[in-house]
Design a protein around this ligand. Structure first.
Ligand code: NDP
Length: 449
């Protein structure tokens, strides 16, 4: 007789991936439970993409209000009030958390608001000691901000805490040169903080096209954001009134009011019991899975950031959907990781899909690049000397557009649509065949000759 379990599926972690997998599996008829130790919604909704984007909107008003005067608006003295924005953003996060919980409830997914650990190939133990059994266990516990092993590192904060600041600091130091560093540099700068980015190497946003990341660096420097390259941290000391003194290798000590660690995110597998039941872990203690998200223990699967493949919300969602459709919907599905669009919500934002020029050089027999380097119409009238850059990488021989890289206002909004063309393998000639939509910034995409 087939063994019976309390649940068909037990999901650990109610973030974007876990919630999607649970509700789709339940819709396919599975008996599903989910455990969450913090808040339903996970990093993206609670302390990542969503509140960050709301802060980006809030920060943008600094420039918009300034530019508005050139467009004829008489604006009195403007004053920014951080607690108002912070509290409104946190209230919105709470609203979304309710919606996520509602999705689970409507699909009859049983929620356990406590930590769960894996205590057998088909067994999970909850923090209150309850043991439950499940035919399949899905690990969707996400990742957490890494903090380097430097004396005094604990005086810094991470992206987990940044949304809750009591007040706006005057000076902010951000460690790292990736997504979070560049996004929060833009946010803090617009809120009138003095921002210093400290990077261990001399490259920001390593995986982006060189020309585009150089443009962001140039614009950030012009705005007054400071950069310290090749500058490893030695010590961080806390003085009177909470001020920090940071010693970087080979440099005089620097004072700052806030230090934000943004040096990557590590998978949340510590203390989950996975190693004890034989689940193989890889670099950074990520769960190793195959193309069907299955770990080395056949009944245990993993999706999202805990697998450290592509740490992006829409990818975790796709993985959750594919997992549920494959196991519970009779529809075997694998995620296609080619041509994933990605964006940095810096000021101005960057968006990208496909091969960078560096990758094209390595991977293709031959390629051509087309660029449009222009000052957006709105910036011209506003007297804002910030130029946008769009770049196409075209494979020689096939004429296919294999890479698209943009920096400029609304670049992520524009790129999402253009990514369809790149994913579909359209050619440069087909881009050129499309009549421009005038006057827009996006029309540059079909006017590059
Ligand atoms: P990133 O991976 O983007 O960047 C990490 C940065 O820290 C790099 O500059 C890296 O340098 C540096 N670094 C890495 N390890 C160390 C170390 N031990 N000491 C000093 N510096 C170090 O990480 P983030 O923390 O900014 O973001 C985490 C992830 O979250 C991103 O990779 C992304 O997947 C996701 N995210 C996505 C966003 C979006 O889609 N818009 C927004 C925010 C986060 P080096 O280049 O030399 O390795």
């Amino acid at each position: 007789m087939a063994k019976t379990y309390d649940y068909d599926l037990f999901v650990i972690g109610a973030g974007s991936g876990g919630v999607r997998a649970s509700r789709v599996a339940a819709a396919h008829g599975a008996r599903v439970a989910i455990a969450e130790e913090y808040r339903v919604g996970g990093t993206c909704v609670i302390r990542g993409c969503v509140p960050k984007k709301l802060l980006v909107f809030g920060a943008h008003f600094a420039e918009d209000l300034m530019d508005a005067r050139r467009f004829g608006w008489k604006i009195g003295t403007c004053k920014f009030d951080w607690p108002t924005l912070r509290d409104n953003v946190l209230a919105e996060v709470e609203r979304l958390e309710g919606i996520y919980q509602d999705i689970l409830d409507r699909h009859e997914v049983e929620t356990f608001a406590q930590r769960a650990t894996v205590t057998g190939a088909n067994e999970v133990t909850l923090a209150d000691g309850t043991k439950v059994s499940a035919a399949t266990i899905l690990i969707a516990t996400g990742a957490h901000p890494a903090i380097p092993d430097v004396p005094g590192a604990g005086h810094g904060i991470t992206s987990n805490e940044v949304f809750h600041l009591e007040s706006m600091p005057k000076r902010v130091m951000i460690a790292g040169g990736g997504y979070i560093a560049n996004e929060f540099a833009g946010i803090f700068h617009q809120f009138s903080c003095h921002v210093t980015i400290v990077n261990r190497g001399d490259i920001i946003l390593r995986h982006y096209d060189e020309q585009v990341r150089d443009r962001l660096l140039q614009i950030s420097l012009t705005k007054g954001i400071e950069f310290k390259f090749n500058a490893p941290f030695e010590t961080i000391e806390k003085g009177k009134g909470g001020k920090l003194t940071v010693k970087l290798a080979g440099q005089d000590p620097i004072g700052t009011d806030l230090l934000l660690w943004a040096v990557g995110r590590d998978p949340n597998t510590a203390g989950l019991g996975l190693d004890k039941v034989g689940v193989e872990l890889g670099k950074n203690k990520a769960v190793l899975v195959d193309e069907d998200n299955q770990s080395s223990v056949p009944s245990i699967y993993a999706i999202g950031d805990v697998t450290d493949r592509v740490q992006l919300t829409p990818v975790a969602i796709r993985e959750g959907q594919a997992f549920a459709d494959t196991l519970f919907g009779g529809k075997p599905t694998r995620v296609d990781y080619a041509n994933i669009p990605h964006a940095v919500f810096s000021h101005p934002p960057i968006a990208s899909v496909g091969l960078t020029e560096g990758e094209a050089r390595e991977k293709l027999g031959g390629y051509k690049t087309f660029t449009s380097d222009f000052r957006p119409m709105k910036n011209v009238l506003a007297g804002r000397n910030e130029r946008s850059l769009y770049k196409l990488i075209v494979e020689e021989g096939t004429d296919r557009v294999v890479g698209l890289h943009m920096i400029g206002p609304d670049a992520p909004e524009i790129l999402q649509a253009a990514a369809i063309a790149v994913k579909a393998g359209l050619t440069k000639a087909q881009f050129d065949d499309t009549i421009a939509l005038h006057p827009t910034m996006a029309e540059e995409l079909v006017l590059m000759r």
